[in-house]
Design a protein around this ligand. Structure first.
Ligand SMILES: Cc1cc2nc3c(=O)[nH]c(=O)nc-3n(C[C@H](O)[C@H](O)[C@H](O)COP(=O)(O)OP(=O)(O)OC[C@H]3O[C@@H](n4cnc5c(N)ncnc54)[C@H](O)[C@@H]3O)c2cc1C
Length: 461
């Protein structure tokens, strides 16, 4: 663990206070940055998290924890806290509804997306309030003397870069009304979509935009509303995900412009859009008293080529924003933090801090994130066009996915993050062929082989 403190000194008309040196500086104390900070603090490294927004944050973000993230929390020793503050969802019940010309709804198809098909202990997802999860992570990190947290503090730019050696040497951070120069062996950009470190790395972002937006809000629920439900017609989509303490998080797909229209019409329009699908929420959704509580979310997908340049590395939304339909954004950030944390721990404990080893992180995480990004994009595309024939096509797809045990398992495995079973030409036959068109033997043999092992998660060890 390195520690250097220089006295304050005047320089070029401004005061540069003590130069702070850390093993790792993380810009952004979101779920990704905080997960990484816990791993590094547990490894006795000197780590600084710089977070701009006063905590707790006020924006709705991801709250669905996939099994791989839950497994990682167990290894980090925060399983108990996460379990007691979250709500188990072994299934996501998906309903396709027929909507007639009068707007009346009738169930046309029911499909459960079933985590119980996965082996224990991976047979559930869990909902946790985003800020609660961040607090659990922060409290854990604070147990370690090597952990430092500046909040509110803002990273502006690097003040010194050795271009020739691709080395980011010093960063400028505004904290407690002072501009402070910080030095670190490694800088991590965990600042979300508009990452400054990503820009400093010169990474060019490929952006995908969508023809829809979402409204999202949390409100009270009846105590017996305990299962996640998604409802869709040819022109609507809502998701209802129970949280602890009798709360429920809703997401509603809307067309651009609808937000303004709905606001003009009043909150009744919003209430009706929920209760027409789920009458049991009458009287509960009305607890939302103002449009200010409802957040507009504009989905976007970002892809970049590299997560690493010299001693700078990016994770989470800074590296890959994904469409929220599959509930993956937060999980990718958490799992990035876990893998990068293990790698940096290994590098420091082997006294081998050559930045070239950061490529291991990129190797493990980029493939996985790109695949999940594609899956999330495809899930979004399934709800993109509001034609009746398009809904019929989606229903056909959902039915085929659910009825073939290999396809269903593959889907749940791939979104869970615990493994990856590639899609092949054979899946086309499974998809189109009869229900029994799969080999029980192959399924039994392969289903466990496709789960990530330590050698896949940490190939440098
Ligand atoms: C509005 C919104 C709604 C979302 N809803 C869902 C959802 O329903 N489901 C889902 O799975 N995912 C959702 N996501 C995505 C998911 O929340 C993110 O993928 C996840 O939070 C990414 O974590 P992160 O740590 O990478 O980034 P973030 O959570 O964005 O954290 C980045 C942090 O960096 C800080 N920061 C930024 N710039 C600086 C700076 N210069 N200096 C210091 N600090 C800085 C920010 O204040 C922030 O706290 C949503 C995202 C957004 C923005």
């Amino acid at each position: 663990m390195h520690e250097t403190q220089l006295p304050s000194m005047p320089m070029l008309g401004r005061t540069v206070v003590a130069l702070n040196t850390y093993d790792v500086v993380i810009i952004g104390g979101g779920v990704g940055g905080l997960t990484l900070s816990v791993k590094l603090a547990q490894a006795n490294l000197k780590v600084l998290v710089v977070e701009r927004e006063k905590q707790p944050g006020k924006i709705y973000k991801g709250e669905l924890l996939q099994p791989k993230s839950l497994q990682g929390f167990q290894l980090m020793g925060i399983s108990q806290e996460v379990l007691s503050e979250s709500f188990s969802l072994p299934k996501i019940h998906t309903y396709e509804m027929n909507k007639n010309k009068n707007g009346e709804l009738e169930e046309a198809l029911y499909i459960p997306l079933d985590y119980l098909r996965l082996p224990a202990p991976f047979a559930e997802a869990r909902m946790i309030p985003h800020e609660t999860l961040k607090k659990i992570l922060l409290d854990k990190a604070k147990e370690f003397s090597g952990f430092h947290y500046w909040n509110p503090a803002t990273f502006h730019s690097f003040s010194e870069i050795d271009e020739q050696n691709n080395e980011f040497k010093r960063a400028k951070v505004k904290y407690e009304k002072k501009e402070i120069d910080i030095e670190a062996k490694f800088f991590v950009g965990a600042e979300g979509r508009a990452s400054i470190i990503r820009k400093a790395m010169g990474e060019v972002v490929t952006t995908t935009k969508y023809n829809h937006q979402f409204l999202t809000v949390t409100f009270p629920r009846p105590s017996d509303f305990t299962e996640a439900r998604m409802y869709a017609t040819h022109e609507d989509f809502i998701g209802l995900f129970p949280l602890p303490n009798n709360k429920i998080r809703s997401v509603m797909l809307i067309k651009p412009g609808d937000y303004k229209l709905m606001k003009n019409e009043g909150l009744e329009t919003f209430y009706d859009s929920i209760t027409k699908f789920e009458p049991s929420l009458k009287g509960y959704v009305q607890e939302i008293k103002s449009w200010k509580e409802i957040q507009l979310m504009i989905p976007i997908r970002h892809n970049i080529k590299q997560y690493v340049k010299g001693n700078a590395v990016i994770l989470g939304d800074a590296a890959h924003s994904v469409h929220p339909m599959a509930g993956e954004g937060m999980n990718l950030a958490i799992q990035d933090g876990m893998v990068l944390g293990e790698l940096l721990d290994w590098m420091f404990s082997n006294d081998n801090t050559d930045p070239k080893h950061l490529r291991y992180y990129e190797k493990v995480r980029k493939n996985r994130s790109d695949r999940i990004s594609r899956l999330s994009h495809l899930s979004a595309m399934a709800y993109t066009w509001n034609f009746r024939w398009y809904q019929k096509l989606r229903m056909f797809g959902l039915k085929r996915l659910e009825r073939n045990p290999i396809l269903h398992y593959k889907h749940m495995l791939n979104i869970s993050g615990i493994g990856w079973w590639p899609y092949t030409v054979l899946d086309g036959l499974r998809f189109l062929g009869p229900r029994w068109a799969y080999s029980k033997k192959t399924f039994a043999r392969k289903k466990n082989n496709v789960i990530f092992q330590n050698k896949h998660d940490h190939p440098w060890k």
